[in-house]
Design a protein around this ligand. Structure first.
Ligand SMILES: Nc1ncnc2c1ncn2[C@@H]1O[C@H](COP(=O)(O)OP(=O)(O)OP(=O)(O)O)[C@@H](O)[C@H]1O
Length: 252
């Protein structure tokens, strides 16, 4: 299978390249990240525009989390050229990027309402009203402590907080894994309710069937590289199958 970028042209001149750092939400060239002898990301190239919901799809261990951590500025020891919202990962990019990690990071004894205050203090782009709206949409009680909540309920709190940032780029790592199919649907509806049209949303998962209905485009990863990428409608038309079936083909 061939690798395609989601943008139609590749910049050739320095001027074009400068323009693209403004118009592209994510621009990654030759990214490599190793853990000891393991190349978790292996010379990866990826360009993503604003205004899209993108599925980052791949089997366990293909490097999705590692890539998202680099983009989020959590992992710094990589090689290659990485631009997110026009900046190399760091304080400036972090001001524009909302990252939902795949692990629980909120204090166990806290109430959701306290976490909203915490985010409000930490992030200037945080919209507390939107967070409360999402928590209500998910049917949660903001006064309940996190340790009294189920895994799915905690996930919904974390997603409410991450999506309530009016960020230019949202990176969600496996937001629907570990919850039942009905909860997955509700979570995705909540995410769509909160997304700004002009921002980029990247969602990683191996649960492609669940994510497919909300995606504009898809990036398939394998062994630390992008092996296929494109608009979902184009991929379906070109290959004559659903993303879920295409995923199985890619990983056969
Ligand atoms: N801190 C680490 N130390 C050593 N190896 C790591 C570390 N984190 C990840 N890896 C390895 O890097 C590779 C990519 O892992 P990563 O978590 O990015 O994959 P993933 O696609 O997100 O997987 P999953 O779908 O299971 O979450 C795997 O082989 C993993 O074992």
């Amino acid at each position: 299978m061939t690798t395609k970028t989601l943008t139609s042209t590749t910049p050739t001149s320095a001027t074009e390249r400068r323009d693209d750092t403004v118009t592209r939400a994510i621009d990654v060239r030759g990214l490599t990240k190793t853990y000891g002898p393991l190349r978790a990301i292996d010379g990866l190239d990826l360009q993503l525009p604003y205004g899209q919901v993108v599925g980052l799809l791949g089997e366990n261990g293909c490097g999705k989390t590692t890539l998202l951590k680099v983009l989020a500025g959590v992992l710094a020891d990589y090689t290659g050229d990485v631009r997110v919202a026009g900046h190399a990962p760091g304080p400036e990019s972090k001001a524009s990027v909302s990252f939902l990690p795949d692990v629980s990071f909120l204090p166990d004894g806290a109430r959701a309402s306290y976490c909203i205050g915490l985010y409000d203090d930490c992030f200037s782009d945080f919209d507390a009203e939107r967070a409360r709206d999402l928590i209500g949409f998910f049917g949660l009680d903001a006064s309940q402590r996190l340790r009294e909540m189920s895994k799915g309920m905690r996930e919904k709190v974390q997603i409410s907080l991450a999506m309530a940032r009016r960020a230019r780029v949202h990176l969600l790592d496996e937001p629907i894994s570990g919850v039942d199919p009905a909860a997955r649907d509700v979570i995705l509806q909540g995410v769509l309710r909160a997304i700004d049209e002009e921002s980029l949303l990247v969602v990683s998962t191996h649960l492609i069937h669940d994510l497919e209905p909300i995606l504009d485009s898809a990036v398939f990863m394998r062994r630390g590289r992008v092996v296929l990428a494109g608009q979902v409608d184009d991929l379906r038309a070109e290959h004559g199958m659903s993303l879920d079936q295409l995923f199985r083909e890619v990983h056969r």
